[in-house]
Design a protein around this ligand. Sequence first.
Ligand code: SF4
Length: 168
Amino acid sequence: MTSFDTTSGRESFIIEQIIFENILFILNWGIGFILLMSFQFKGIPVVSFLYLILLLTVQVLLKKHNCSSCYYYGKWCHLGWGKISRILFEQNSGNLNIGKKLSISYILQLPLITLFAIIAGLIYGYTFWSVGLLIIFILVNILQVVLRKPVCKTCKMRFTCAGSAAKT
Ligand code: SF4
């Protein structure tokens, strides 16, 4: 069992915050999927589906390699993912080094999808919707970055989590 400094930080988070943060992630990933839909093969948006498969795989693996050894395993962390981890995996069944590497996907999401969306516009043409969605996608990502620090400051994992914004 991993030991943490649990003397401060919230024991659990309110459902409204959990829902709000998950909506932001669903918006982020959903718009990312739509922005990649221009790349098609025989009418099938193959790049979007590849993105979805990769995203789901990384998210499930993160529940094992990060969340299964988190203080909030089985609890309501700010995303509620500690509960999902408990349903899917045994406690401490992951490898934190792998989890750390997989967490890079959060950093790559904004630049990669933006780059692909710009390339799609150059090849297939920009529309009102494609530009509007790209702007919303960037704004959602900025909002998630802005919210991260105050949320991390209230998390019991803030000193041990590799991605904690509360250490800076
Ligand atoms: S705080 Fe982070 S690592 Fe811990 S359970 Fe929630 S999402 Fe997973």
